[in-house]
Ligand binder design. Structure first.
Ligand code: SF4
Ligand code: SF4
Length: 445
């Protein structure tokens, strides 16, 4: 079987958080294969530790993927501050005889170094055009955990586990390997947090993650971490504000200083996104949606809202508001340029991660979250049929069936973008809906 089908059968999706089915990224040839090991979300510590623990596996997974798409070069992007991991990766690349094919490039400690388009520019000096993808400039990007999953898939092991950092205002920050489908509350319990009454939980990193309304869900393949903060923390209050309240405040306080635009990572790459214009539009009820199509160029990195704006306003939320309106009306931004170049001021306007962490009130919690062995022994697991971008998987098991860890339980619908789903532990199917398969964990006989 070729690598694309191995990856497809193993249910591999982008482990960086977006959940795009990986096989669908590999249908075209590209000049570069890039490994995104930037992990720029504050407090999350998954990729840096995976690269330290499994360098050979990640290198081999990246190499195989690069050879498959006929890339002439593979580049690992990792922040230079992880000095020991950088040295280790270089040593292992040389020891594996791949020095002519693969190199490690050190990224600056800035936000959002892991944004796919920022990463492409930092590693290749190319700029992905507006509303486009890295392939347009000859690059395919995969995340470190994705490369590890590809290595395991080549050995016949599908994706049944994910690595998560549990961090924030808690006594024991840690990074753990969790079987897909375990209750999120179980993960917190294992990390020593029994009572969540005082906490709000951010699903993902503190910048791009959102505050969870309900923590009674189950872990999926694309989860990367949870940040637990007290309910009155600045980030929780800011992220919990609705668009109407944000609009009222913005109307009185936006001084059109342009800082949200001038520090926007996508604007600095030469794109036309200008959040200050969207703030102006919402404040003065300028309703010409054709003028507002630039909102679609926003990657929702949240830099404008959590770092740049001196008045602590909500330009990213306003972007999202207009994105939704445009989608409802089927309006799409059409680029007028083909080539893009970073703006001259870019080098002076990058956002240092340390300053960002301080600005968003996380300095006290910016501590290690060491990889910790935890044995999960849940009574039941619930495996979502949509853990990815695309159509939900179709169950191939029924109530009463016994399933084995690693067994296919949901397949990709015909002619659709999607990802296969596998049982993460042995047991018996006790419920099967259009949204999930629940398994009572037990021995397989
Ligand atoms: S940075 Fe804040 S105050 Fe300045 S234009 Fe943007 S939203 Fe308005
Ligand atoms: S969230 Fe703000 S800073 Fe980030 S891309 Fe969108 S407009 Fe730019």
């Amino acid at each position: 079987m070729d690598l694309l089908n191995i990856i497809k059968d193993a249910g591999i999706i982008g482990a960086g958080g977006a959940g795009f089915p990986t096989h669908a990224k590999l249908t075209s040839k590209a000049e570069y294969i890039l490994l995104n090991g930037a992990e720029c979300e504050p407090l999350l510590r998954v990729d840096q530790q995976l690269m330290a623990q499994f360098p050979d596996e990640i290198i081999r997974g990246l190499e195989a993927t690069g050879r498959y798409i006929e890339a002439r070069k593979a580049i690992i992007g990792i922040k230079g501050k992880h000095k020991e991991v950088v040295v280790l990766l270089r040593e292992r690349i040389a020891a594996l005889g791949l020095a002519n094919y693969m190199e490690v490039m050190e990224l600056r400690d800035m936000y959002p170094a892991g944004d796919e388009q920022v990463l492409v520019h930092e590693l290749t000096k190319r700029v992905v055009p507006e509303a486009s993808i890295p392939l347009k400039v000859g690059c395919v990007v995969i995340n470190s955990e994705t490369a590890l999953n590809i290595y395991h898939a080549m050995a016949g092991k599908p994706v049944t586990e994910t690595y998560l950092t549990v961090a924030g205002d808690i006594p024991h920050r840690m990074t753990v390997k969790v079987p897909v489908g375990v209750a999120i509350r179980d993960v917190f319990r294992q990390c020593g947090v029994e009572n969540l009454d005082d906490y709000a939980v951010i699903d993902g990193g503190p910048m791009m993650g959102s505050v969870m309304n309900n923590v009674d869900g189950y872990v999926t393949k694309k989860n990367k971490g949870y940040v637990l903060l007290k309910k009155d923390h600045f980030l929780i209050r800011k992220k919990s504000m609705g668009i109407e309240q944000a609009r009222v405040i913005g109307k009185t306080a936006c001084e059109q200083c342009r800082m949200c635009t001038d520090l926007c990572p996508r604007y600095l790459l030469g794109h036309n996104i200008q959040p200050h214009k969207l703030m102006r539009a919402i404040n003065y009820n300028l309703e010409d949606l054709n003028e507002l199509k630039i909102a679609q160029l926003c990657c929702e990195c949240n830099a404008c809202e959590l770092f740049s704006c001196p008045a602590n306003l909500h330009p990213k939320s306003v972007n999202i508001f207009y994105k939704k309106k445009l989608a409802e009306q089927g309006i799409r931004y059409q680029p007028t340029q083909v080539e893009f170049h970073p703006r001259a001021a870019r080098e002076y306007r990058l956002i240092p991660s340390k300053r960002l962490v301080a600005k968003i009130g996380l300095k006290t919690f910016d501590k290690p979250a060491p990889m910790t062995e935890v044995e999960f022994q849940p009574e039941t697991i619930r495996i979502a049929l949509r853990q990815h971008i695309g159509a939900p998987a179709i169950p191939v098991v029924a109530v009463g069936d016994q399933v084995k860890a690693g067994q296919l339980i949901g397949k990709i619908p015909d002619n659709s973008l999607g990802a296969a789903v596998h049982a993460s532990l042995n047991g018996t199917v006790v419920e099967c809906t259009d949204n999930f398969i629940e398994i009572k964990v037990g021995s397989y006989v």
